[in-house]
Design a protein around this ligand. Sequence first.
Ligand SMILES: [Zn+2]
Ligand SMILES: [Zn+2]
Length: 184
Amino acid sequence: MKGIIKQISQINFGLMSPDDIRKMSVTKIETPDTYDEDGYPIENGLMDPHLGVIDPSLRCRACGAKGGECQGHFGSIDLARPVIHVGFGDTIHKILRSTCNSCGRILLTDTEIEDYRAKIDALKKNDESINDIVKEIYVTARRDKCPHCDEEQEDIKIDKPISIIEGDYKLTPSEVREKLEKNH
Ligand SMILES: [Zn+2]
Ligand SMILES: [Zn+2]
């Protein structure tokens, strides 16, 4: 195989939508099985031949290359229930803790909002990091009562890695999503 040399100027990391993942996926994985009794990869299993093959006598069903020559392709699993993305547990927890459980607004007073907004604008203008100010906002916005609608706030905890607890109640991933959508 002959390599092609290219120069990469930048890489952006992000999340793909479920639709994009399904479009790029070469097969659906529906069973945790790998090989049948004769040693052949089971279709829609973890070693589905569309994903690429190891055995040099077999060909990849996605690109037609022989085992060892195909770089491999990814499949996808449709989850039976929603789950919280493990990479976002901490961020979701912080957002829920600093926003109102009833009206969905950030738990800062109008004056604080104005102050922080001015500080953030200034930092951005000078190309400086806003990380410290965001940390400060998370601390200030941890209130027992909403400054906008007066609603008392239950404490929101995270049970690592990704369970969100409100008071004594463990929220389902769908409930977490509903809460996040209410924020503005
Ligand atoms: Zn292939
Ligand atoms: Zn409120």
